[in-house]
Design a protein around this ligand. Structure first.
Ligand SMILES: *Cc1c(COP(=O)(O)O)cnc(C)c1O
Length: 397
């Protein structure tokens, strides 16, 4: 959507966020914002969401005391087990919530973007469960790289639409999905996959993912009688992180955001070395919001890089950009090597194979235990079965 500036209305997080979109997206965004504003206080809607979270997604997920990792790090470590959510990651918390909003709005069709395919699969799952026609935009390059997830989406009854524009990856798929939405919003909901994009997406996705933090807060108080000293989460677009942080923003709890630190070797000038927008990005507009993005001096978006497909996004949600600027969230990085160390360590110490994304958070704690305090929680955003081929192919493993 670059080049066609246009609209700027709230809601913002400091100077971040907002709604920088073409005229044609104004109406669908306003309709969505006002429907959501109403539904989030509606008991019937909330109890339906609770029902699907419990009986379909498998919530609440445990907060598990990791005794061997605790011994290794010399402090108490708990794991929030989003790897146990149906579909294998936290993504369903968001897709269920948005699909129920779409139902209430009378929509019959869902569209979504996907990079590696994880969000596409989570959308295809709710599309089948709640009887929507579902179409997922996916870059041609990603379709080639992620055949299993393409098959999964099709098996679940969704169509995968190849995107041939730009770099033929995630950011181009997002642009295509917005284009489709602006033409078809009468019957279509655009189910965005992370806490990014124009208002109301960052707020709505945060609210749906904050079930992670609400459960965590109750569970740690029950288990330890106090709040943790720190919470560690990996950050791609930022939805699992803001989801677990949200109920702790007013508390004295260190919130640590671990971004993809890359391979640590040089790349071309078209390519960022990492996926670390909070650490290395500069202010700019991407996908309808002002946030921290990886861009060249001329404002061209760089291709991000991470061994974990879910962290491979050249931007970050505006609320995290704001909280990092305020000093409320500490941005950190873990490179591929540290992530692989975390992947192996959690598997062998605890019998839990984490997603490569979550392994960045685990690896970070192994490398920097001193900043965790005496009692820390790591958000295990997903399970690692999807990543076995990647890890097996990695020479340093
Ligand atoms: C998609 C994904 C992420 C990254 O997305 P966020 O919006 O930053 O949470 C992290 N972990 C897993 C397992 C994922 O599937």
């Amino acid at each position: 959507m670059s080049g066609q500036i246009v609209y700027d209305i709230n809601t913002k997080f400091g100077k971040y966020g907002g709604r920088f979109v073409p005229e044609t997206l104004r109406q669908p965004l306003e309709e969505l914002a006002s429907a959501y504003e109403h539904l989030k206080h509606n008991d019937k809607f909330l109890s339906e969401y609770d029902f699907f979270l419990r009986d379909f997604a498998g919530r609440p997920t445990p907060l598990y005391f990791a005794k061997s990792l605790s011994r290794e790090l010399g402090r108490k470590i708990y794991l929030k087990r989003e790897d146990l959510v149906h579909g294998g990651a936290h993504k369903l918390n968001n897709t269920l919530g948005q699909a129920l909003v779409a139902k209430q709005m009378g929509k019959t069709r869902l569209i979504a973007e996907t990079g590696a395919g994880q969000h596409g699969v989570a959308t295809a799952i709710v599309g089948a469960c709640l009887s929507f026609e579902t179409q997922v935009y996916m870059g041609e390059v990603d379709i080639e790289r992620q055949k299993m997830n393409v098959f999964r989406m099709e098996l679940l009854g969704a169509d995968v639409i190849p995107v041939r524009s730009g770099s033929r990856t995630l950011k181009d798929a997002i642009n295509e999905a917005f284009r489709d939405w602006s033409a078809n919003y009468e019957n279509t909901h655009y189910l965005l996959g992370t806490a990014a994009g124009p208002h109301p997406f960052p707020t709505m996705v945060r609210d749906f993912q904050s079930i992670i933090g609400k459960e965590t807060r109750e569970q740690i108080l029950r288990a330890e009688g106090r709040l943790p000293d720190s919470i560690v989460a990996c950050v791609g677009g930022g939805s699992n992180a803001i989801g677990i942080y949200a109920p702790f923003l007013q508390d004295k709890v260190e919130l640590i955001a671990v971004e993809a630190g890359g391979q640590g070797i040089g790349k071309t000038n078209k390519t960022a070395e990492n996926g670390a927008s909070l650490n290395c990005g500069t202010n700019g507009i991407l996908h309808g919001a002002l946030t921290k993005i990886l861009q060249d001096p001329y404002g061209q978006i760089l291709e991000s890089y991470s061994i974990a497909a879910g962290l491979d996004y050249p931007g970050v949600g505006p609320e995290l950009a704001y909280l990092a600027e305020m000093g409320r969230v500490q941005p950190t990085m873990a490179d591929d090597k540290i992530a692989l160390k975390g992947f192996k360590a959690l598997s062998q110490l605890e019998g839990i194979i984490p997603a490569l994304e979550s392994a960045h958070a685990v690896g970070y704690t192994l490398d920097s235990p001193e900043i965790l305090g005496d009692l820390a929680i790591i958000n295990i955003s997903g399970r690692g079965d999807k990543d076995l081929a990647t890890v097996m192919a990695h020479e340093n493993f």
